[in-house]
Design a protein around this ligand. Structure first.
Ligand code: GLA
Length: 729
């Protein structure tokens, strides 16, 4: 619900459990008043929020109408550069006369039920107008004609708030936008920890929690993709916030390109949180009459700790960000040949893998990198998306048919945004890659990035995929992206528009994806980027799952999946069992641990099952059966991280089905501790009055007992894992 108090000019956004309040102080300054636990009070006025200004009289005039009032001490809802607010601006533009001052004041607003799509950008959506309310507040700079429309949507039941910003140039002259952040939120204190998800290739999203310091702390990407190094997510939590208790504020950007996300703490201990497109490497020339739309920021508050925050993100993303027929149905158990063969395969090898897989219940075979052009290593052929007849003389059609005859579906790997210098594509179109005239074209993994800011290149990418998807029976596409961008430049952009490159690239990518997923609704798309270097909500809008990491080691995956689950649901995480010793870290873990840890996500195998012994094959059969039985609870149930890996040697994740009838507890001990104490694990989110049967033992427990007294656990071997299933009686 969104209320507007006309007399005080206060907007009050309410979701099921939260309130977000801001308004026009004395008709002039758009101030942020409150975000947190839901306020039921109807009487909101400025004094109750801004009394603290009295104590800062020496810094700012105490009379709100006083022209000397310093905005540097006002909590702002949208800050522009060029006035007395000296902190990180939401908006920064340069006008024809060279001035970079913007002064915005109220123009108009509308409040309506539902939510409109964002033009050319991914965003959360509603299926029914009653699910959310939207406010569009328009501000205007009289001098320049720049209008800024702030859009807020309050998702009622889903408990989240989304924000985005549209800039409209109603003036006569072109304006250069230098920064348009999607959300800025001012907090009145600095008593928070900053949690973010740093990482690297094969070690993505390991959460880091640090105290706020005075000054700016920023995580960002200027690599062209959201990246493995940082994720466009952060949370601010109180010092005493835990997994299950305390205030947690989560920020996430629905965007796959360069971003900035951070907090600025001023000398008076206020904290300004911000998230949006990275202003570094961004410029946008906005002609008279044109509009610029920022990506969407998702803001989540929970007073139930990090777990409460994550559950809100999970449900929102699972049900109102992901789209298409695969959103709500269980996906395929797949087998991927990458770690089994790398580039070294032929039809016979692939069919051998497929045959064994079909016998144990695997549903789809993915042919990974190396099936096209003359690609036998990573030196060539990206861009030449036609089959390598030496490896597959019967072509993809024959291979797909033979896989289908085994009762399995067929999936294929592409890296559509890339081109190898050694490819027919590059030889024919050397200007199609990202490059700057007369500069070297730095390669990453021996490849260049195609320039998706160009329509002709986007068309080529679309057509290459279309050609394969419309002629071969392909049920799944792995869309990879294996290097970051460098030597930025586009052959078609004018000199004064080169600064638009990064964002134009992402818009081009999104336009191709939108067309493809609309054209092929029966194909399951999974995004990938050297593992999980583009695990962001932007990609999830087009593809409901992402390959979480190239690191398939069970122990490392415990950490990666834990960090990823801060913001993203398990239904979005591709997770496979691979061979041991593990190819990334050399570790040997039991097949049970590899299976139990992978099956929380979108489950599959990344090995040649012919190489397993009989016991392992039996274990695989059991895993697939278990997954078929429990997968829907892992994916659509509520996640309670009962024990997190950073707290020691033991990890426990609990999944509660929406109807609370099935509860799964997945436990893992990393390192055996001889003669270890017995611990009690207290479950969460159960029906207190119900009785639950533990399937393994046939014993019944009251929901209250499981939550308050807990159940004993003790795992005694290295990488010992156990899945407990409780059924409500
Ligand atoms: C990336 C992916 C891998 C695999 C290879 C193929 O690294 O993350 O899963 O597809 O590319 O080259």
């Amino acid at each position: 619900m969104i209320k507007f108090d006309e007399a005080n000019k206060i907007f009050h956004l309410q979701t099921k459990n939260t309130s977000y309040v801001f308004g026009f102080l004395k008709d002039r300054f758009l101030v942020h008043l409150y975000w947190g636990k839901k306020l039921v009070s109807e009487q909101l006025d400025y004094d109750m929020f801004l009394d603290y200004m009295k104590y800062r009289r020496n810094m700012c005039a105490s009379d709100y109408n006083d022209i000397r009032l310093s905005r540097d001490c006002l909590p702002s809802e949208f800050s522009t550069f060029g006035n007395t607010d000296q902190r990180t601006p939401s908006f920064h533009a340069v006008y024809k006369n060279g001035s970079f001052i913007t002064e915005l004041s109220y123009d108009s607003h509308i409040i309506y039920k539902g939510k409109k799509p964002l033009k050319c950008l991914p965003a959360t959506y509603v299926e029914n107008d009653d699910e959310a309310d939207t406010l569009e507040l328009t501000l205007k700079d009289e001098l320049t004609g720049i209008k800024v429309v702030l859009s807020y949507t309050a998702f009622n039941e889903l408990d989240a708030i989304t924000r985005s910003v549209k800039v409209i140039n109603t003036g006569a002259d072109r304006v250069r936008l230098d920064a348009v952040l999607s959300a800025v939120v001012d907090f009145k204190d600095n008593d928070y920890d900053f949690i973010h998800l740093p990482g690297a290739w094969a070690r993505e999203r390991h959460p880091e929690r640090v105290s706020l310091m005075t000054g700016k702390q920023i995580v960002d990407s200027a690599r062209g993709n959201s990246s493995a190094q940082h994720n466009p997510f952060f949370a601010l939590v109180k010092k005493d916030t835990t997994e299950s208790m305390g205030d947690a504020y989560g920020f996430n950007l629905v965007y796959s390109g360069n971003f900035t996300a951070g907090v600025e703490v001023d000398p008076y201990n206020t904290s300004r949180a911000f998230i949006g497109i990275n202003p570094f490497g961004f410029e946008w020339q906005l002609e008279s009459g044109e509009e610029f739309v920022s990506p969407e920021a998702v803001l989540v508050y929970s007073d139930c700790g990090l777990g409460g925050m994550s559950r809100i993100f999970h449900k929102l993303y699972r049900t109102r960000l992901c789209r298409g027929k695969f959103r709500d149905i269980e996906r395929y158990v797949l087998i991927n040949n990458w770690e089994a063969t790398y580039f070294n395969f032929d039809e016979e090898k692939i069919l051998n893998i497929a045959k064994k897989a079909s016998e144990v219940g695997v549903e789809l075979l993915v042919l990974d990198d190396g099936w096209f052009g003359k690609r036998n290593n990573d030196n060539s052929s990206l861009g030449d998306w036609y089959v390598n007849k030496e490896k597959l003389p019967g072509g993809l059609t024959q291979l797909a048919r033979k896989v289908n005859e085994l009762g399995m579906k067929f999936g294929l790997w592409f890296e559509p945004e890339m081109v190898s210098p050694d490819s027919d594509c590059y030889r024919a179109h050397p200007d199609w890659c990202i490059h700057s005239k007369d500069r070297i074209r730095s390669e990453g993994r021996n490849q260049l990035v195609l320039d998706l800011s160009r329509q002709d290149v986007c068309d080529h990418v679309y057509n290459s995929l279309y050609e394969n998807l419309s002629t071969v029976n392909i049920s799944y596409v792995k869309w990879d992206y294996n290097r970051t961008m460098s030597n930025i430049g586009s052959a078609l952009l004018a000199a004064d528009k080169q600064g638009e490159f990064f964002h134009r690239y992402i818009l081009g990518l999104y336009s191709v994806l939108e067309k493809l997923v609309a054209e092929f609704p029966d194909v399951l798309f999974e995004s990938c980027s050297s593992g999980g270097a583009r695990f962001d909500p932007g990609m999830l809008y087009y593809m409901p799952q992402t390959w979480t990491s190239d690191d398939t080691d069970a122990l490392e995956r415990v950490f990666i999946q834990y960090g990823t689950s801060m913001c993203y649901p398990y239904s979005a995480m591709g997770a496979h069992v691979s061979i041991v010793p593990n190819h990334q870290v050399g570790r040997t873990t039991p097949i049970s641990a590899r299976g139990n840890i992978a099956m929380m996500g979108q489950f599959g195998y990344e090995l040649d099952l012919n190489k397993l012994n009989e016991n392992e094959i039996e274990a695989v059969k059991e895993q697939i059966k278990t997954y078929k039985k429990l997968g829907s609870v892992f994916h659509s149930g509520s996640l309670y991280r009962l024990v997190t890996p950073e707290n020691g040697n033991f990890v426990s994740n609990e999944f509660v089905s929406e109807d609370k009838n099935t509860v799964i507890v997945s436990n893992c001990v990393m390192r055996a501790v001889p003669n270890s104490p017995v611990y009690y694990l207290k479950l969460q989110g159960l029906d207190v009055n119900a009785v639950y049967l533990l399937e393994e033992t046939g014993k019944c427990y009251g929901g209250d007992i499981l939550m308050s007294a807990g159940i004993p656990y003790q795992l005694t071997k290295d990488y010992d894992t156990r899945i407990l299933v409780f059924k409500k009686q």
